[in-house]
Design a protein around this ligand. Structure first.
Ligand SMILES: [Zn+2]
Length: 362
């Protein structure tokens, strides 16, 4: 069949006015101007009229666990206060609430044209009970701040939970394809060095993806670089050893952990020939000039997820969109959770991004 629309947006070049795609079986086999598609392909035409036809969108960072927290947490004075607020809200929710949250989140994401999602869950035991309506990469979020001796155990049980994931509704296992699931050591301030290392080893062995929150807030920068501030005090009170604080930036510590070969102590970039071992790094809002030197040398380049509306909600430092792109980083968009955003629309993320970076083309 041929599907015509006022505009067809492909993944290459500008939108095609009066465009069409030709579909054979479950594949798009041709895309271009309607007149050209008609001459090159047989089959009946469906005319969508005054619409734009575009590929499904990918949400590269979200936490559907917290869909039910929409509108519940007002902007706080500090990132640390927000962590306190979300922890308080979470303590009121049951397992059933979280399951309902995840399912509601999937439906909402799908309604906004999202067809693939990288979803972090803090409740890996719930993965087996969800039949996602869209292509899903589950990331088990791992925190060992209260029990660092349990790093191995946590990772093992995460991998088991990933093994129980159901294929998305109406998609075959083959179509789910490369999305094998992944591990998400939460952040440098909640996951130990051992936990990061263990996640790396297992991800490499099982060909899983990896994601983490990095350099999200000024308070995270303050904690690691200066060894002070509200996040430092909050985390110290929980009992985390703080001997890695007061020296390096979050990015420098992270690059050391993932062995990117760009740390100042190892000036020569080590070429890592493991394309499946890839990190999706969420946020990267707070960077110093020395961080940019490290990023320039970092090899391989990881993926960066920018959550434009969550960024605004927290009032982080301006995101270095142009600079990171010019260094060769793949910038993705994510909605983050509804504890810091109002809906799961990637169109709204794109609108916000364009307001922040009006020079970029739509
Ligand atoms: Zn997040």
């Amino acid at each position: 069949m041929i599907i015509r629309a006022r505009a067809v947006v492909t993944m290459h070049g500008a939108p095609i006015e009066n465009g069409a795609v030709a579909v054979s079986g479950d594949r798009i086999v041709d895309a271009g101007r309607f007149d050209d598609i008609k001459t090159r392909n047989a089959g009946h035409t469906v005319d969508l009229g005054e619409q734009a036809l575009l590929p499904g969108l990918i949400n590269a960072h979200c936490h559907l666990d917290y869909t039910r927290l929409r509108g519940k947490i007002r902007r706080q004075k500090s990132f640390t206060d927000w962590i306190r607020a979300i922890n308080a809200e979470k303590s009121d929710l049951s397992r059933e609430d979280f399951l309902a949250s995840i399912n509601a989140g999937f439906e909402e994401a799908k309604r906004f044209g999202t067809t693939a999602i990288a979803n972090l869950t803090a409740f890996p035991e719930l993965i087996a009970y969800v039949r996602p309506p869209i292509r899903t990469c589950w990331f088990v979020e791992l925190i060992d701040i209260r029990a660092p001796q349990r790093a191995n155990e946590l990772v093992e049980s995460a991998v088991e939970s990933l093994g129980r994931a159901q294929p998305p509704f109406a998609l075959s296992e083959a179509e789910q394809g490369a999305l094998r699931g992944g591990l998400a050591p939460h952040a440098l301030f909640t996951a130990s060095k051992d936990l990061y290392q263990r996640c790396r080893e297992i991800a490499e062995r099982k060909r899983l993806l990896l994601t983490t929150h990095l350099a999200e807030s000024r308070e995270e920068m303050e904690m690691f670089r200066d060894g002070s501030g509200p996040l430092y005090e909050f985390i110290k009170d929980i009992g985390r050893p703080m001997d890695d604080c007061g020296n390096e930036t979050p990015l420098a510590l992270f690059l050391d952990l993932i062995g990117s070969g760009s740390s100042p102590n190892r000036p020569q970039a080590i070429k890592v020939n493991r394309p499946y071992l890839s990190w999706i790094v969420a946020h990267l809002n707070e960077l110093t000039e020395s961080d940019f030197d490290l990023l320039e040398r970092s090899n391989p380049k990881f993926h960066v997820v920018h959550c434009s509306r969550s960024h605004k909600y927290f009032g982080h430092s301006p995101f270095a969109f142009d600079r990171l792109r010019s260094l060769g980083f793949n910038i993705c968009l994510g909605t983050d959770s509804l504890a810091s955003n109002e809906n799961l629309s990637l169109f709204d993320e794109m609108r916000r991004l364009q307001e922040d970076f009006p020079r970029g083309s739509p």
